[in-house]
Every structure is written in C-alpha cells, then in structure tokens.
Design a protein around this ligand. Structure first.
Ligand code: ATP
Ligand code: MG
Length: 444
C-alpha cells in the first residue's frame, strides 16, 4: 500500500513520545557491539588490501544520481528521498548509494592526478522501499572502490577481498554465501542485445507487468532485474547478453574466472545477473545467501568504466562493491556466528558514599593498566543495597567484583570477589598500589 503523502507537517500532541521514521532503525547498545565488531574486521581488511578511507556527504545534488545511476532504474524512479533546499530551492537527495558521491569527489578533487586510487567508505544510505526484514529505508553499507584500474586483476582482487571478509566473520563461501558473476560487456554489445531483448519481450507483452511494460523501450535490461516472481520464467528464457559479447569482453571475464579457479573460490556464472544501476559494464558479481529469503544479496558490485567520464571527469575505468551491513549482521545471527557480548572485567561495588572517592581513584588506576572497569553509580535514591549492587555486578557479565566495604577500607584494602567461578575464594589487596595486582583480576 503506497503511503499517502502528508499535506502539512504533523505535530505530535504534547508529551506524547515521538517514534523513529518508518524503516529507519535505532542501533541500540545491546546491538551496537555486533556492529563495532564487524566494523573492526572491515577496517583491518581495508588495511591489509591498501584501501584508504573516504567520507563524502550524505546529501548530494539530485542530478548526480539521475545522471549517474540512470533515469530508468528502481532507485531513481521510486526510491530516492529528494527535496528542495528550503533556503535556495536546490534539488537535493539523501544518497541512495555510495559510488556516485565518491566518483563526484574524485573528479572534484582531481584524486586520480597521481595515479589510480583504492578507497572504501562506511555509508548510511536511504531508499524509499517497503520495509521488511533485511530491507529498510535507512541502511548501511561498506563500500569499496578502485578508480583508475582497468582490471581484470582488480576485479578479482575485490572479489577476493569480499571472500576474506566473509571468512574473517566465520562464513564459508559456497555454503553460507555463494558467488555469482556475469559480464555486462560494453555499450555496443548491450545495444545489440537490447534489440533482441525488446523483440523478445514485445512477443510476450501480455505477460509483462506494469514496470516491465514501461521499461520495454526505455531500459529493457532492467526487466531482467525484476523482483516479480511471476516474471521469472519469462526472464529465464530471455536472450542472454553473454551470447552477444565479443572477444575482448569474453577474455576479460575469462581472466577473472581464471583467478577464481586458481584460488579455488567456487562461483556460478549467472547470465541473468544485471544489477540495479545503469553504470555497470564488464564484470558484475553478487554474494548471495539462502538464509534471508528475498533479501538474499548481501554484497554486490562490478565494473563501471564509463561513470567517471559520464559525470564530467577525465575518462578512467573503475570497479567497486557494496555490502549491506544489516543483512550481513542478520546472516551472522541466523548462523549463530555473532561475537560474544562484551563485558567489563571488573564491577566496583561501593556500599557507602564515603567510599566513593577511594573507589574512583582505584578504578582509574586499574583502567590505566587496560582493564575494563564498570563502577556502580548512584541513582536518585542513592547507591542501593549491597545485594542490589551485586545483582548489577552479576548482570554486567564482569568476572570479578571489587568491594569497597567499610571493614576493608579501614584495613587499607579492597576485597576481590570472583563472580563466575564458584570455587574461587575472595581475597583482599592493598588500596595503595592497584597497578601491582591489576593483572590478578584478569585471571581471578
Ligand atoms: P536488492 O536487490 O536486495 O534490492 P540492490 O541490488 O538494490 O539489492 P545494491 O544497490 O547492490 O542493492 O546495494 C548493495 C547492498 O546493500 C545489497 O547487496 C544489500 O545487501 C544492501 N541493501 C540494498 N538495499 C537495501 C535495503 N533497502 N535495506 C538494507 N540493505 C539493503
Ligand atoms: Mg534494491
């Protein structure tokens, strides 16, 4: 059901809590650790492959995406959050993908002046789609681009990067995620295929849906990317672009395949794989899982040798991929491959307020040694009972509680109480030099 556009801004009644925009999610403390663990793997990966980080604005001129992605694409036709700048009337869009913005920045700052460039970005993107599991209106991608390289070596490198990341996360290629590749050839080859495609779909015009009929003459290749299950048999039997490729395009594909074969990475050539944007040529690929239903593509990419020139830059080839972070995390969850929830090493129990200054000082000294220390904090009602503090200590997942009780403090000591090991007994250590016994807390 399409939503009715609102004619006037709506005001929530006073005191009524406001909620997030539909399809846009909060990433709460309980989940953010999984994001950070994933992001840490990504950063390490980019370092290993020599990709530098780039960050471009979330808002770009609408024309960038219309020119870059193609007018007759799902994204540009119906998924963009576009608006006019209320101050000057500029037509702006919340970025629906990362590549166009990175290419714009590359051209604007002449980044290819000194040679080719390998960059990556962690991007928040926006698409007005029907929200469901693995499909949201604000979502996140890891985006990777190599600009100025003609491939096919870099095409293969980028596919292998994906594999390395998937492996780092505990996924097995060919089992948990499978690779599909194809070639979209060059413009003249797509033109010859296009004529065959139009003739074929015209002969089956009755079977087409509204989108397909509209695109039949403007962008028939997009019909192959349809999500409508009813069209699948028709699409399956359509003329294959692969059969229209010349020797150079086939050689490029073969060179990528030779690398994949050489490293033993299983893949399937899927002649129907066309991707959703018009900028692609030659190599395209997707990593797909069976665990997430219709939202099974976790990563997609390919070569876009014409885009830099099309956006006003000096012609230069390029290749890149984008990975949906939400989908990757859902996949890790489905396969029980999530990292353990992080917990502090130590929880400081502070029974009375007069112990606070000492407790804070000791906790600081312990943190300086690298320990993760969570100190009990007072509520409006005060610090709470000894028992309630221990409940918190337990729930925190800490290995030990440091107890700043009055008796211990009077002796110049603090008690260390193991929380996970029932057979271990409580010990005391001097308040004077926490650094001297900090290491014991790791093994308590
Ligand atoms: P789909 O076919 O599932 O709509 P797409 O081809 O539109 O995906 P891309 O533009 O290639 O997706 O974006 C790269 C990745 O971003 C996808 O492989 C997917 O993992 C993720 N992704 C795309 N759209 C969404 C969305 N609406 N919500 C969450 N993740 C998404
Ligand atoms: Mg899509």
């Amino acid at each position: 059901m399409p939503e009715q556009p609102r004619s006037a801004p709506q005001r929530a009644p006073r005191n009524q809590p406001l909620t997030a925009v539909k399809g846009m999610n909060d990433i709460l403390p309980g989940a953010s650790a999984r994001w950070e663990a994933f992001e840490a793997r990504v950063r390490a990966l980019m370092d290993r492959y020599g990709y530098q980080n780039i960050r471009t604005p979330i808002v770009e001129p609408t024309a960038l995406f219309v020119r870059g992605l193609g007018e007759v694409t799902d994204i540009v036709e119906k998924e963009m959050y576009s608006f006019e700048d209320a101050m000057n009337g500029d037509k702006l869009t919340l970025r629906p993908e990362a590549t166009a913005g990175i290419v714009r920045a590359t051209i604007e700052h002449n980044l290819l002046y000194n040679g080719p460039l390998r960059v990556w970005s962690h991007v928040t993107v926006f698409r007005h789609e029907r929200p469901q599991k693995g499909r949201y209106r604000q979502f996140h991608q890891i985006d990777v681009e190599a600009l100025g390289h003609a491939g096919p070596d870099v095409d293969a490198e980028q596919i292998l990067m994906c594999r390395a990341l998937l492996r780092d996360l505990g996924l097995v290629e060919g089992r948990d995620v499978r690779l599909e590749i194809n070639s979209l050839g060059q413009a003249d080859e797509r033109l010859a295929h296009r004529a065959a495609l139009i003739a074929y779909f015209e002969a089956h015009a009755d079977a087409l849906d509204e989108d397909a009929r509209r695109r039949l003459h403007s962008n028939p290749l997009r019909i192959l990317d349809t999500k409508n299950p009813a069209l699948q048999p028709l699409v399956e039997a359509a003329p294959r672009l692969l059969d229209f490729l010349g020797a150079a395009s086939l050689a490029h594909l073969d060179a990528v395949r030779a690398v994949l074969d050489a490293v033993g990475l299983p893949y399937r050539v899927n002649p129907r794989l066309v991707r959703g944007m018009d900028y692609y040529n030659l190599t395209v690929f997707e990593w797909i899982t069976d665990q997430l239903g219709a939202q099974g593509t976790v990563c997609g990419g390919g070569r876009y040798d014409g885009l830099i020139e099309q956006l006003g830059g000096k012609p230069a080839p390029a290749v890149g991929w984008g990975m949906g972070i939400e989908r990757m995390l859902l996949l890790l969850e489905a396969l029980a491959l999530e990292p353990p929830a992080p917990a502090p090493d130590v929880y400081a129990v502070v029974p009375t307020a007069d112990a606070l200054a000492t407790a804070l000082k000791v906790c600081e000294a312990l943190r300086a040694t690298g320990l993760k220390v969570l100190m009990h904090g007072a509520s409006r009602e005060g610090l709470g009972s000894y028992k309630s503090q221990f409940k918190r200590a337990d729930a925190s997942g800490a290995r030990v509680a440091l107890v700043f009780g009055a008796d211990e403090l009077a002796r110049g000591e603090v008690a260390i109480k193991p929380l996970r090991d029932a057979s271990a007994s409580q010990i005391c250590r001097p308040l004077a030099d926490p650094a001297a016994w900090a290491h014991e807390l790791l093994h308590a």
